[in-house]
Design a protein around this ligand. Structure first.
Ligand code: HEC
Length: 292
């Protein structure tokens, strides 16, 4: 009997147990449930989100693709849209005014732009907190002194900082453009099928938003809401695209440069590979017997 319990037998029994557990999990559907984690609604109850949520459509932007470039006129238009339609609620706390040089603004233009903004400061005599006109080195200020004030002014929702927003959302550039143009009436079939998902008071139906109901009222509502200096027609989709492009720049100002550096690095690596190959030939030519 003692000889029977050899390590080999123990290993076999343990293996068998694992195999049975795996079979049981398969039969019970535990495996698929884990495998589809994140695809909400497929193995759970149907929800309004799983049926009515929309992914943003792909849009063409000048900075798309490995050879993309910023369109500085578009970025300037986007800055204007941000200024006139978003800055009342959203901060851009990681962007300094002097960074706007990348959009083609001159030093004098940046100084004048900054001076029109009111930033928090300190009274040099009393040391008390006060406000002062902005300097090029200042960051874009927050429109609210703190989160409580932000909530109080926005139906209990905090408008998030937009500096990194296009990085914080999947397919962020397209998402912002789609979100801004995605407001519509809630479909009647949605309410009929999911009465609990009815858009609540102070919320707005937007199928691009993760839970379909966003606390932000549509910020871009009419053509000509912003007057573009370059004469571009300020339609709502145009303003949405431009501000999405601008927010892509704020989130990754080095995007175009990073890709250009990537190309230079690839060319260099190819060249270095060629050199390495040639020197290998050179070194081994003395050692290796020549094939006949
Ligand atoms: C009247 C205030 C207000 C204005 C103006 C405004 N927003 Fe918002 N925004 C909000 C609030 C509040 C939220 C938070 C929504 C929520 O939590 O449901 C928000 C959220 C967002 C989000 C985040 C959505 C997400 O996926 O979490 C983005 C992006 C956004 N706003 C972009 C903009 C842009 C771009 C503009 C200008 C064109 C703008 N907003 C103008 C109040 C505003």
């Amino acid at each position: 009997m003692r000889q029977l319990i050899t390590p080999r037998v123990v290993a076999f029994v343990v293996g068998l147990l694992f195999a049975l557990a795996a079979l049981w999990a398969l039969a019970k559907g535990v495996g698929p449930a884990f495998a589809t984690f994140g695809q909400y609604g497929r193995f759970t109850e149907p929800m309004a989100e799983s049926e009515f949520h929309k992914y943003p459509e792909k849009r063409d932007f000048s900075f798309n693709g490995p050879l993309g470039k910023w369109d500085t006129r578009q970025l300037q238009r986007g800055l204007k849209v941000y200024d006139e339609a978003c800055a009342a609620c959203h901060s851009l706390k990681f962007v300094s005014f002097r960074d706007l040089a990348a959009l083609g603004l001159t030093e004098a233009q940046i100084k004048a732009y900054a001076a029109k903004k009111v930033v928090p400061g300190i009274d040099p005599v009393t040391g008390e907190t006060t406000t002062r006109p902005g300097l090029p080195t200042d960051r874009f200020p927050s429109p609210f002194p703190n989160d409580i004030a932000a909530r109080a002014a926005n139906n209990n929702a905090i408008p998030p900082d937009l500096s990194l927003m296009t990085k914080a959302r999947h397919d962020g550039t397209n998402y912002v453009a789609a979100l801004l143009t995605g407001y519509r009436g809630q479909p009647a079939e949605l309410v009929a099928k999911f009465p609990d998902a009815k858009t609540g008071p102070g919320l707005h139906y937007n199928p691009y938003y993760a839970n379909l109901n966003i606390a932000m009222a549509p910020p871009l509502t009419s053509e000509g809401q912003v007057t573009f200096d370059d004469g571009t027609r300020a339609t709502v989709p145009q303003m949405a695209r431009d501000v999405a492009a601008f927010l892509t720049w704020t989130a990754e100002p080095q995007l175009v440069k990073r890709r250009q550096t990537g190309w230079a690095v690839m060319v260099f690596l190819l060249f270095a590979t060629g050199l390495a190959y040639l020197s290998k030939q050179q070194i081994w030519s003395a050692v290796k017997p020549k094939k006949n």
